[in-house]
Structure formats: structure tokens, C-alpha cells
Design a protein around this ligand. Structure first.
Ligand SMILES: COc1cc(/C=C/C(=O)SCCNC(=O)CCNC(=O)[C@H](O)C(C)(C)COP(=O)(O)OP(=O)(O)OC[C@H]2O[C@@H](n3cnc4c(N)ncnc43)[C@H](O)[C@@H]2OP(=O)(O)O)ccc1O
Ligand SMILES: O=C(O)CCC(=O)C(=O)O
Ligand SMILES: [Fe+2]
Length: 357
């Protein structure tokens, strides 16, 4: 059966997407050869020579989060790296374990059960099971399945989110709220925003999307990617990863270098997204990152994307451009920005060009 499935894009799309098998289904068939649709151009593959092991993103202990040194470390990391890990952040380890187990539980469902949540069958646009990133517009597919949940209310989540994971996901979202607010408070202070009022709250954290990502074992991991080079379109992303590893962040030198984000038990990876880069007029950086495919292990990750509301018009904050600083980004409707992101394949830092003056 394998050769006929992997011969044409239509067949792969049918098996992977429409039938709900995902790349997990391909992986579990035991295929020995990567289907051609997943072969990435050479320049999009990560090779050992591009990986720098001398550098690493900061790990910040948030136990004494009101200590000015912690605030300084967070703002410095957001300016220099756009990426850091936090430990002692207050989200209980058990909540993190539960959401990882729930992710395995969801992807362990039968294809028939999962396809109820595909774009074609889902009862809502806010719940979507899919594969790759944007299969209709990508030149090569990515070796990843996902469940994407846009949070509207507990009531909607209870009615529409998959029972296999909804309680654990909701609990994780609730328990991470305090640390998200602390991070935004600290980051805003350096921008001379002393108070996050209701308007600012909407711009910074007015909507949330959580994705459950599943990267199954891949027959030829060196030929493809788990996720291609991209920056997130969020304000901040809070990412939980398991202990497999494979996330890389663009290095700080000008060449094509990449730095691994090693799994640290109990930690959360924080990264700045495009919306915060725009609102801070480029002071905080949304940095490109990518995920490799793995030849022997299944990997999961769970990002919470903290975003403006879709109806917000985002632009550099008045406090940032108060002192004659020139705005480098124009006003954009956030939902237009996100639609633009989803309308193309991953292309590194190109999305933000949409908002440049
Ligand atoms: C999937 O792999 C990924 C994902 C990411 C994500 C990184 C982020 O930073 S996500 C945070 C994005 N921000 C928000 O979701 C908040 C604002 N949301 C919105 O403005 C809207 O919900 C919307 C996303 C614009 C959708 O609005 P709606 O009016 O419902 O429009 P649609 O017609 O449903 O969608 C338009 C178009 O977008 C694509 N799409 C929608 N939702 C998703 C999704 N969850 N995942 C992937 N793609 C999605 C879809 O192609 C739609 O086009 P159609 O052809 O289906 O009509 C980072 C890295 C990854 O690998
Ligand atoms: O899986 C990961 O470690 C990162 C995934 C990611 O970058 C994303 O979903 O936006
Ligand atoms: Fe990302």
C-alpha cells in the first residue's frame, strides 16, 4: 500500500489530511523512505555545520521575580535573543505533565476521531486538526501534525474542544496566566509603559491560541523539517516541550548559524512574537526558529500564543515613540496580519515586512 499512497500529492493529502491519519499515520505504516512531498530544498535543511554549541539562550530563574535583576535579565534577553527559558515560574510541574500526557492522548485517537476536527469537518473555525503549516501554499510539506485551539470561553471550550485533552489544556492555560502577566508587566516597564490598562491588556494579551504539536519519527529526518524557519505572529509565546529536543533558534552572528534550545525539566520557553516587535518599534525581537525532524523518537510541544485581539489595530506604542523616535511599523489590523502569515509557507522573517513603513 505504501508506494501508491506516497506517489502523488493528492494521495498523500487524502491519506494524511482528509482521512485524518496525519504524518503520524505515515510514520506508523513503517515507510522506509520519505515521500517526495516532504523533501525540503537544500537551503531549508539544517546541517551540523550550521549548529553552534558555544552559545545558548538565557535560562532565567523567576523565583524572586520582583527582584530588579530578574526584570533586567528578562528585558535583556527579549532585546538580544528574543528567546529565553524560565524556571520556578509558578506553573506546577504536574500541570505541565498532564498537558503533555493529554497531547499524547489526543494524537493517540483513531484517524476517524481526529478527522472530526479537520478544517473540513470541525464544528468551529476555532478548533482545527491539521498537518504541516499551510499545505495549500507550501512548496514542500513539514513533518508535523497539530491541533490548534483558539480560546474564546470556558463554555465554548467545554462544548467544542476534544474531550481527550480539553480539561488539561484549559488548566494549563489558566495556570500560566500569572506568569504571562508578570512577563508583560516587566517588558512594558522598560518601554515606559507603567500600567497595563484595559486597552493595553487587549493589545498585549487579548486573545490566546494553544497548539498541540506532534512530530512523529521520520524515515529520512535529514531531508525534511518538523517546522520551517519562521517567527511567531504572537505578542509572546509560552512553549512547553518534552525531553526529546530539536528546537533551534537563529544565532546572533550574521551567518546562517542555529542554536539548540535544550529541554530543561519543568522549564517554559518564552519567545517574543511579531506583534511585540511591532508594538515595541523593534526594541524586542521576534527571532526566527525551526524544528528538526527526528529519526528515532516522537516529539511533542505545546505553545500558547498570547496575542492581540483579531480586531485590534496594532502599531508602535505611543510611549515608545514619544521621544522623537521614528515609527518603523504602520498600523495593521491584527487579523489581516495573521491571515497574511497563514496564506504562505514559512519564510523566516518575511511576515513582518507586511507591517513595515
Ligand atoms: C500550524 O503551524 C504553525 C502555527 C504557528 C502559529 C504561530 C502563531 O503565532 S499563532 C497566533 C496567531 N494569532 C491568532 O490566532 C489570533 C488572531 N486570530 C485571528 O485573527 C483569526 O482567528 C484567524 C487566524 C485570522 C482566522 O480567522 P478566520 O476569520 O476564522 O479565518 P479563516 O478563514 O478560518 O482562516 C484564514 C486562513 O488562515 C489559516 N488558518 C486559520 N487558522 C489556522 C490554524 N489554526 N492553523 C493553521 N492555519 C490556520 C487557513 O489557511 C485559513 O485559510 P483557508 O484556506 O482555510 O480558508 C507557527 C508555526 C506553525 O508551524
Ligand atoms: O515545537 C517546537 O519546539 C516549536 C514549535 C513552533 O515554533 C510553533 O509551533 O510555532
Ligand atoms: Fe514558532
Amino acid at each position: 500500500m505504501a508506494p501508491s499512497i506516497t506517489q502523488s500529492l493528492d494521495n498523500v493529502t487524502d491519506f494524511v489530511i482528509l482521512q485524518g491519519n496525519g504524518v503520524k499515520g505515515l510514520s506508523e505504516m513503517g515507510i522506509k523512505c520519505l515521500p517526495k512531498q516532504y523533501i525540503q530544498p537544500l537551503e531549508e535543511r539544517i546541517t551540523k555545520s550550521k549548529i553552534v554549541s558555544q552559545e545558548s539562550i538565557p535560562i532565567i530563574d523567576m523565583l524572586n521575580w520582583d527582584d530588579p535583576k530578574v526584570a533586567e535579565a528578562i528585558c535583556d534577553a527579549a532585546e538580544k535573543w528574543g528567546f529565553f527559558q524560565i524556571v520556578n515560574h509558578g506553573v506546577p510541574l504536574q500541570v505541565l505533565e498532564n498537558v503533555k500526557n493529554a497531547t499524547h492522548q489526543f494524537f493517540g485517537l483513531s484517524a476517524e476521531e481526529k478527522r472530526q476536527y479537520s478544517k473540513e469537518n470541525s464544528p468551529s473555525n476555532n478548533v482545527r486538526f491539521g498537518t504541516s503549516f499551510s499545505p495549500e501554499s507550501e512548496k514542500a510539506l513539514e513533518w508535523k501534525d497539530y491541533l490548534s485551539l483558539f480560546y474564546v470561553s470556558d463554555c465554548e471550550a467545554s462544548a467544542l474542544w476534544p474531550p481527550a485533552c480539553r480539561e488539561e489544556v484549559l488548566e494549563y492555560m489558566k495556570r500560566s496566566e500569572i506568569v504571562i502577566r508578570k512577563l508583560l508587566d516587566v517588558l512594558m516597564k522598560r518601554l515606559n509603559v507603567t500600567e497595563i490598562d484595559k486597552t493595553k491588556e487587549s493589545f498585549l494579551m487579548g486573545s490566546k491560541r494553544i497548539n498541540l504539536n506532534y512530530y512523529p519519527t521520520c524515515p529520512n529526518p535529514e531531508l525534511t523539517v518538523g517546522v520551517g524557519r519562521h517567527s511567531d505572529v504572537s505578542t509572546l509565546t509560552v512553549l512547553l516541550q518534552d525531553d526529546i529536543g530539536g528546537l533551534y533558534v537563529r544565532g546572533r552572528s550574521d551567518d546562517d548559524s542555529w542554536v539548540h534550545v535544550p529541554p530543561v525539566r519543568g522549564s517554559l520557553v518564552i519567545n517574543v512574537g511579531d506583534a511585540l516587535q511591532i508594538m515595541s518599534n523593534g526594541r524586542y525581537k521576534s527571532i526566527e526558529h525551526r524544528v528538526v525532524a527526528n529519526g528515532s523518537k516522537n516529539r511533542i510541544s505545546v505553545p500558547i500564543f498570547v496575542n492581540p485581539r483579531p480586531c485590534n489595530i496594532i502599531c508602535p506604542l505611543p510611549e515608545v515613540i514619544a521621544n522623537e523616535e521614528k515609527a518603523i511599523y504602520k498600523e495593521v489590523l491584527y487579523s489581516d496580519y495573521v491571515k497574511h502569515f497563514f496564506s504562505k509557507g514559512h519564510d523566516g522573517k518575511m511576515t513582518i515586512e507586511f507591517a513595515k513603513i
